[in-house]
Design a protein around this ligand. Structure first.
Ligand code: FES
Length: 144
């Protein structure tokens, strides 16, 4: 292969790889919200899960009183799971990608139930009870 053809081929390959990455990232975009704390609970309107074509699988919740965000996963209208986004290995903040929570420090991964799927972390993530009312979701922070 001549030099010019090689450069052209590599350029197209890089462009394709970049496009695929952007496309995949847009498919799993994360919704971040800021929620109020009332008493010992974070309160999130159920409507925050609603989107044009259905529901978000999860949202990431921030509050200035929390050291780390909380990911709230929706499995059904009656089943939610709230996970503290602090890696159980050495305490780095986790990032949510689809149904996976990933630590950029050393590569640990967790599923949407908080279980370790890839080390070096060995302990599951901290989770919080979720109480469901007519319009809201209440995440209990009592043990936080
Ligand atoms: S701090 Fe998360 S893998 Fe080490």
């Amino acid at each position: 292969m001549r030099r010019k053809e090689f450069i052209k081929t590599c350029g197209l390959a890089c462009l394709g790889a970049t496009s695929i990455g952007v496309f995949l990232h847009s498919c799993v975009s994360t919704k971040n919200i800021s929620a109020n704390i009332e008493g010992d609970e974070l309160v999130i309107p159920k409507s925050d899960f609603t989107k044009k074509d259905g529901f978000y699988n999860y949202i990431v919740i921030n509050n200035s009183k929390l050291q780390f965000p909380i990911a709230l996963f929706r499995f059904s209208s009656e089943e939610y799971n709230a996970l503290y986004l602090k890696c159980t290995h050495q305490g780095n903040e986790l990032n949510a990608f689809g149904d996976k929570l990933v630590c950029s420090a050393h590569g640990s991964e967790f599923d949407n139930k908080g279980n370790v799927t890839n080390g070096p972390a060995t302990d599951a993530l901290r989770s919080f009870p979720v109480r469901i009312t007519k319009d809201n979701l209440h995440i209990s922070l009592k043990s936080a």
